[in-house]
Design a protein around this ligand. Structure first.
Ligand code: FEO
Length: 162
């Protein structure tokens, strides 16, 4: 059986992952509104991926005999100014999520909860990938900053994400 403290912490993380999904969906609709269909599609897929992270935590919690409690979601911004700014926000958001996952892991270590430590390994590795991807796309965007029209090439390329 999982401790109450761990249960609360995992419930908070479920909320954070669903919020991530909501945030990326907001970025998707923003990208669509300024005619970057490739980026819109990328953010939408990212949003769906975040929902799977939330479900992964929810299933684990229930498997351990805990109770998943769904809390209110925060309201994401509607305007992200530019595609570059959206990816700056993505990178900074992912860094926040990484810090949260590390805190969860520290709690699991402190409680000698070996099952949760093992479960969280997947999230620790996933965060390395999430940060690297956001950083890579941001670098590409910055590289074409001064060349008008070039962002559309990245948009077309990025829209091919499966
Ligand atoms: Fe589920 Fe992007 O962290």
């Amino acid at each position: 059986m999982i401790s109450e403290k761990m249960q609360n912490a995992i419930n908070d993380q479920i909320n954070a992952e669903f919020y991530s999904g909501y945030l990326y969906l907001a970025m998707s609709t923003f990208a669509e509104s300024i005619n970057y269909k490739g980026f819109a599609s990328w953010f939408r897929k990212q949003s769906e991926e975040e929902n799977t992270h939330a479900f992964k935590l929810l299933d684990y919690l229930q498997e351990r005999g805990g109770r998943a409690i769904l809390k209110a979601l925060g309201e994401p911004p509607a305007d992200f100014k530019s595609i570059e700014y959206s990816f700056e926000q993505t990178l900074s958001h992912e860094k926040t999520i990484t810090a949260r996952i590390h805190k969860l892991y520290e709690l699991a270590v402190g409680e000698k909860d070996y099952a949760t430590q093992s479960f969280l390994q997947w999230f620790i590795n996933e965060q390395v990938e999430e940060e690297a991807t956001a950083e890579e796309i941001l670098d590409q965007i910055k590289m074409v900053e001064s060349k008008p029209g070039s962002l559309f090439y990245i948009d077309r390329h990025i829209g091919k994400r499966q």
